[in-house]
Write a protein that binds this ligand. Structure first.
Ligand SMILES: [Zn+2]
Ligand SMILES: [Zn+2]
Length: 203
């Protein structure tokens, strides 16, 4: 599917091609919440990296690399990332006081990928992660082409939402709960697999 995108002030315009254009996945992580403002979440779609064409305004595009997402104080390090550093080992061996004295923020996600935005109006445009270099992740808000409407929405990274934004709050719950899927962390299926399962994959 051919997609056209732009920032709010109109300086930046771009096009890309997406096989997976359905905006079904809302991310509630602290980074998306802060960067995307009001709603407490952000929707990315996925497009083919090599199809990206910046039509105008390349000089207005800035890059932001978020610091890793953290939470704290630490519980058990190996709950988060499988690591088992000296501090944890000491705690297991009875060095509890040392550990609790050193309770600290723990990294819950590396998150260090590029987020492109317009330096004039601040609109976020797309994300890019060199670990997944075949794709870019346009913010659905930057896309001007009418996107398909999902029949199921995924609410992800609820382990770092904040209370007011939590979509599980009764006030936000849709009447038809079978269309709302909640995930503490990442979802149960890849973006491509979701599209194929729901008949939305675009060749
Ligand atoms: Zn702009
Ligand atoms: Zn996020």
């Amino acid at each position: 599917m051919d997609l056209q995108g732009s920032c709010h002030c109109g300086q930046v315009k771009f096009t890309c091609i997406s096989h997976t254009p359905v905006p079904y996945m809302l991310c509630y992580c602290s980074i998306c919440r802060k960067l995307q403002g009001g709603s407490g979440s952000n929707i990315n779609i996925m497009a083919v990296a090599e199809s990206l064409r910046i039509i105008q305004g390349e000089q207005s595009i800035k890059n932001y690399v978020a610091l890793p997402e953290t939470r704290g104080p630490a519980k058990l390090d190996h709950d988060i990332d499988g690591s088992n550093d000296d501090e944890t080992t000491k705690a297991k061996e009875g060095g509890q006081s040392q550990r609790s004295a050193k309770q600290r923020m723990v990294v819950t996600r590396k998150a260090g990928y590029d987020r492109k935005f317009c330096m004039t109006c601040g609109s976020y445009l797309w994300g890019f992660d060199s670990d997944y270099a075949d794709n870019i992740y346009p913010f659905a808000s930057a896309i001007d082409t009418d996107l398909p409407v999902p029949e199921v929405t995924y609410h992800i990274k609820l382990n770092s939402t904040t209370q007011w934004a939590d979509p599980r709050n009764p006030v936000y719950r849709h009447a038809n709960e079978t269309t709302q899927c909640f995930f503490d962390d990442y979802p149960d299926s890849a973006i491509i697999d979701w599209h194929k399962k729901h008949g939305h994959y675009v060749d």
